[in-house]
Ligand binder design. Structure first.
Ligand code: DP6
Length: 383
């Protein structure tokens, strides 16, 4: 039996992908750009095993067996095998895929990007594929192509109808801007959201604003935010990030019927960030929201303690809630009297946030070589 185990990161877009020109090939209407988050605190992990004794293909996600007849999964597998060395003896053996996330999927945090990037990385290792695999990960989930690289990553929409040039490329490694931090504010919200896939399909069908955004706005924004990242210009980076998040959600509301992803707590977070930046007289924090109510804040390490003191003050955690602050450890600081005066009227009820993850920009997928890291036993079954 052969086994391969990989981990792959989550990414958070600052210029959003929303809308496909080809559903099957997963070709986007516009370029997008994201930061890859450290795998230390959030990642997907996948073990793929293969042996001539395996009678059928198997797939487990977070301990629950899934159907293998999943079009996106099969597309990834087909593409990897097409590029594999055709003389490999194990190329035609069945496989067992066992995948897990080390962060709660119930929180509604985008896990498909890390999941498919991880699946494709493990398949690529198993079938000894060289070169760029982002175009394969894209077939699993569009945003997954950006999780194939660390640091700051652009997904270029490409021009070819076959999608061969619709690939991700790293514009700067994680080490380029080591001060960058990310706070993920997990909003307490039980509502089941419609998937990105169905939401964006409806936007393509009904939103004129989406067409305008994709053709007239995003190209300049990609150029401007790339420059801001290269120059480590946080002021410009934050401005563009917030504008793009707002425009993405404007497109969602311009969709008919509308896709409503942000809730009252999300809007309260937007308000707090603007009030903080006004108080500081420059952009010190940037918010961005994906297809759900959770906020992702980009900020520099020098701001983290103070921003968290404000967040804790406005969104008081349920007292004594253990594990509320996850990720990079931090000594908590009390809010200053001056900031208290600014934010007093904005205070929310206890427990509006479930927890907070403090993380940073990190590297791309990795293959784990320690046998203890495998998620399956000698039979190819989850441990
Ligand atoms: C709002 O990549 O999940 O997170 O390609 O249909 O699988 P599919 O969609 P998906 O969409 C992500 C949308 C987003 C923005 C982004 O990550 O760029």
């Amino acid at each position: 039996m052969q086994k391969v185990t990989c981990i792959a990161p989550v990414n958070i877009a600052v210029i959003k992908y929303w809308g496909k020109s080809d559903e099957d090939l997963v070709l986007p209407l516009n370029d997008s750009l994201s930061g890859t988050l450290s795998t230390d605190f959030m990642c997907a992990k996948t073990t793929i095993s293969t042996s001539p004794a395996l009678e059928v293909n198997k797939f487990w996600l977070n301990g629950i067996e899934q159907s293998f007849e999943n079009e996106r999964l099969l597309n990834c597998l087909k593409e990897v095998k097409r590029r594999a060395n055709q003389t490999l003896p194990h190329l035609n053996w069945n496989i067992s895929i066992c995948s897990e996330n080390n962060f709660p999927t119930a929180a509604g945090l985008a896990s498909s990007a890390a999941g498919y990037a991880c699946l494709v990385s493990a398949l690529a290792a198993l079938y000894e594929i060289e070169g760029d695999i982002s175009a394969i990960a894209r077939r699993g989930s569009g945003s997954a192509c950006r999780s194939v690289y660390g640091g700051w990553v652009q997904w270029c929409k490409g021009a070819s109808p076959t999608g061969e040039d619709s690939i991700a490329k790293q514009i700067a490694p994680a080490s380029h801007w080591p001060q960058m931090r990310v706070l993920i504010l997990v909003v307490n919200d039980e509502r089941k959201k419609y998937s990105s896939t169905s939401g964006m399909k409806r936007s393509v069908e009904t939103s004129e604003l989406l067409q305008y955004r994709a053709t007239k706005i995003v190209p300049q924004r990609i150029e401007a935010i790339t420059k801001a990242i290269i120059n480590k210009d946080f002021q410009a980076f934050a401005q563009i990030t917030m504008e793009d998040s707002n425009q993405f959600h404007a497109v969602c509301l311009d969709t008919f019927p509308p896709c409503v992803y942000m809730n009252d707590t999300s809007h309260a977070i937007v308000d707090v960030v603007h009030a903080y930046n006004d108080f500081k007289k420059s952009n010190k924090v940037a918010y961005t929201f994906d297809a759900g109510p959770n906020a992702c804040l980009y900020l520099l390490d020098s701001e983290v303690e103070e921003v968290l003191s404000v967040i804790d003050y406005v969104f008081p955690p349920v007292v004594n809630s253990e594990g509320y602050l996850k990720g990079i450890p931090l000594s908590k600081k009390a809010i200053t009297e001056e900031l208290k005066a600014v934010f007093e009227a904005k205070r929310q009820n206890f427990g509006a946030l479930k927890y907070v993850i403090h993380t940073r920009i990190g590297d791309g997928p990795k293959t784990l070589t320690n046998p203890e890291d495998h998620l399956v036993d000698e039979m190819g079954l989850p441990k």
